[in-house]
Design a protein around this ligand. Sequence first.
Ligand SMILES: Cc1cc2nc3c(=O)[nH]c(=O)nc-3n(C[C@H](O)[C@H](O)[C@H](O)COP(=O)(O)OP(=O)(O)OC[C@H]3O[C@@H](n4cnc5c(N)ncnc54)[C@H](O)[C@@H]3O)c2cc1C
Length: 509
Amino acid sequence: MASLSSSTTIPPLASSPFPSTTAADSTASTSSSSSSFKPPSSILIIGSGVFGLGTALALTRRDAFTNCSITIVDRSDPSQPGAFPAPDAASVDTSRIVRADYADPAYAALCDEAQIQWRKQDKPTDLGAQGRYTETGLIVVGDATAPVAPASGPAVVSEEPTQKVKLTGLDYARKSWANVQSLASGNPALAERIQELPNPQAIREALGTGGTSGAWGYINRNSGWANAGTSMAWLLEQVKNTGRVSFLAGTVESLEHDEATVTGAKLAGGRVLTADLVMVAAGAWTGSLVDLEGQALATGQVLGYMDITEEEQQKLGGMPVILNLSTGLFIIPPTNRVLKIARHAYGYLNPQTLPTAPLPVLPQLTSNKTVSVPKTSVTDPDLSIPAEGAADLRAALQEMIPLPELRDRPFTKTRLCWYSDTRTADFLIDYHPHWRNLFVATGDSGHAFKFLPVIGDKIADCIMRNCPPQFKGKWDWKGGDMTALFTEDGSRGGKPGLSLVDELGKLTI
Ligand SMILES: Cc1cc2nc3c(=O)[nH]c(=O)nc-3n(C[C@H](O)[C@H](O)[C@H](O)COP(=O)(O)OP(=O)(O)OC[C@H]3O[C@@H](n4cnc5c(N)ncnc54)[C@H](O)[C@@H]3O)c2cc1C
């Protein structure tokens, strides 16, 4: 591991630890920095998910960080093969949807940018090669909340960052349709791959499994899915190949600090790491380390995996992804004879009293030790999913792929996977407003994987105080709102506020 220095590089300011970004910053090029940025001589990144690894790679490519030692620490077990990234991280799975199909045009455009990389498949080392990315198309649907009016052409969708209105799944689908049409408008070949599916029968025909879902939707054949596990392995390889990043397996128990400056992290076992800049990118675990002022919290999401035969693989392998934004239920085409069914929901809360309190919001405050924390099969090998979630997955299978032979087939494996959820589903990528030398990159809200090729660069921009203009006001640390947090971007199914412990206490599968 490269040695980390404990000297601070960013001087304290009279009123606020950090100067805020200025309007002038937004006009700077994405790889330059605002004048208020001074590169640290060492950075410690906590978490090797898509945010942490992506940022490490981006920093190695920036001149400002040429002399900066970069270390990634993750709670993964070093004695296990493939300790990085951690197997229960949100970023590791068989598949993740890659879609520009967003109600918010800023994220739609960001995915459009990412897909340039995902589509590179000529060389085995290209991101999209070797089955890491497959463009099977995506059907986006919503359930009717009122009679479905005929949809008009692409609408101009504008979103004031701080004034998002609560959307229904159908609203989300309609805005998303407008956005992807707008993105494809200059390219007839792309535009003709997006088609409205005005009723359940049209959805059934496009899906091709005999099933359907929703009242209205569209198919975007420019979207697809990525093999998350192999894509993360690819990203890890890119980072290792730079020779610039040190990896350390260990669980961070708390952040080290003096009066108002974060100076490093303490690992389980007592080892202390020091760095000029500490970036917490610990996904759904972030709230265990830093009091996030109620801006983001860990929610558990259900997944079911079913083994299928080679014949079934042949039958279903070419189906498009289908995502119902009203129920949150989705199915990604099977690969290697495994079919995955999942739910993008409000999710389960798992409030626990931590042995060590997270870093408080202000140095003089004490933080709440009770926060929602992930429970995964790595820490709880016998963990199953609540019956409520399993029943929803089963209903999705019957609706979307009504093959009689799959109807009662048990799931081979289930998983609880954890989001760091924010109210608006915007990420939280910013310097801490009250602690010097602390940066957070979290709040993934269950949709960040697709940005693997580009998110690290955007985070690096934010570290250099050049948040991309379209995300200003979205990714900022917004301060405390301690009312119950439910993600209301219009894409979530399930019931809000379910307790994991209560639901597991009911009948499980
Ligand atoms: C069920 C499910 C389905 C999803 N589907 C999609 C999809 O279709 N498309 C899409 O784009 N996105 C999807 N996502 C979201 C996407 O996977 C996440 O947004 C993304 O992976 C989050 O990355 P991350 O780096 O923030 O967190 P993670 O990948 O969870 O990484 C956090 C890392 O921090 C480490 N860590 C935590 N605490 C500590 C500690 N104390 N000390 C040291 N290390 C620590 C963890 O071990 C982990 O490796 C889905 C997520 C889930 C759960």
